[in-house]
Design a protein around this ligand. Sequence first.
Ligand SMILES: Cc1cc2nc3c(=O)[nH]c(=O)nc-3n(C[C@H](O)[C@H](O)[C@H](O)COP(=O)(O)OP(=O)(O)OC[C@H]3O[C@@H](n4cnc5c(N)ncnc54)[C@H](O)[C@@H]3O)c2cc1C
Length: 414
Amino acid sequence: MATDQVFVVVGAGQAGGTAVQTLRGEGFDGRIVLVGAERHLPYERPPLSKSYLKGEGWLSEESLRDQQWYDTHRVELRLGARASSVHRADHEITLDDQTTLGYDKLLIATGSNPRRLNVPGAHLPGVHYLRTLEDSEALGAALSGAPNVVVVGAGWIGLETAAAARAKGCRVTVIGPGKVPLQASMGTRLGGYFADLHRRHGVEFQLGRRVSGFQGINKVTSVVTDDGGEFPADVVIAGVGVSPEVGLFDDGMLADDGGVRVDPQMRTDDPDVFAAGDIASVANPLYGRRLRVEHWANALMDGRIAAQSMLGRVSEFDPAPFFFTDQYDVAMEYAGWIDARTADDPVIRGDLAADVFHAFWVVDDVVVAGMHVNAWDEGITPVQDLIRSRIRVNAAELADSTVPLAQLVETLQR
Ligand SMILES: Cc1cc2nc3c(=O)[nH]c(=O)nc-3n(C[C@H](O)[C@H](O)[C@H](O)COP(=O)(O)OP(=O)(O)OC[C@H]3O[C@@H](n4cnc5c(N)ncnc54)[C@H](O)[C@@H]3O)c2cc1C
């Protein structure tokens, strides 16, 4: 595909890195410029709260490429450079060093930023956030030898870092506002399962509490909650959610969820501008609403689709988001989407106490989301098949582990 077109990708993360690979993989021969605020080549973030944080090295580099690949494939790298504005009428972006770059097609995949705590003492050394390689290295070093660690926030990052801190021998307290951890994404039953898992590994939960401040002079020494509690802390990990980095977009291009409005081909309202990954608010045809998905697999898929769209092609969009986590000896895969406030009674197949089970969220006899923990014989594929096909199924059939899931799906699809 010989062309003198210039494709610019802003955001050298999971989605941006995948997009440039796809562009070259699909034979695009024009100029590609990848602009990234971090000084690293695109890398994967999941190990930052798991293996890498525990000091077990980098275990996840399959999907991204090394320097030689970028050189060989003539991808111009502008790393350590931040795009500061986009001038869509001129097809041009400005970088923070005031240089400009023209584009024919522009993909923006700028990811998310951790939400910051805005309470007294939040600036104290010892209060950590986790998004980048450097954050993970700083936190890993701080955890080594820290007697008391307080995790603020009982979501995925909070629980994964709690597990890593336990592996490093720290005493760990998790503070969160819900009745159980993960309440917003899993509901109370599965949230309760994860609470029990962590308690078995020695984590203490302080739930139904909000952090109101941090004590310390030159360094954090304790965390204070709004009900008068105070918890000693040598290290604090704040995992209180993320906000999409959408500063390069006009307000009119944003959706109600704060992301960038795109269709399932990652096209924004501007035919020459695309958005992918954490920032993309996609009109999801399966759920009949916009979803903004902050997961690894979503960034990979979006990056691939956006690249195809830049080439004027249409590719398949998987409407069932996929997510995974590893904590202690529990590996979980999850697919689909639930509003946990309204779907709090999942069907369980298997044994929660044995840490081997599937869970399904069913609305009007249709599976809208499902997960498994350590049930690798059956895995997530039949769950995804059920979600995508929208076939009707009853709870008793799902719970009956004497009939293999794949067989059940096949029977129902006939
Ligand atoms: C610690 C951690 C653990 C995770 N674990 C899991 C997990 O177990 N499972 C899972 O499914 N997901 C996990 N995720 C989520 C997953 O990593 C993200 O959803 C994914 O990285 C999003 O990809 P992205 O390309 O949209 O953004 P990112 O990978 O964040 O990349 C965005 C890049 O854009 C850069 N950027 C921002 N603004 C500009 C600008 N103006 N100019 C230039 N560059 C800019 C940023 O510096 C960043 O490098 C985890 C995330 C974190 C932080």
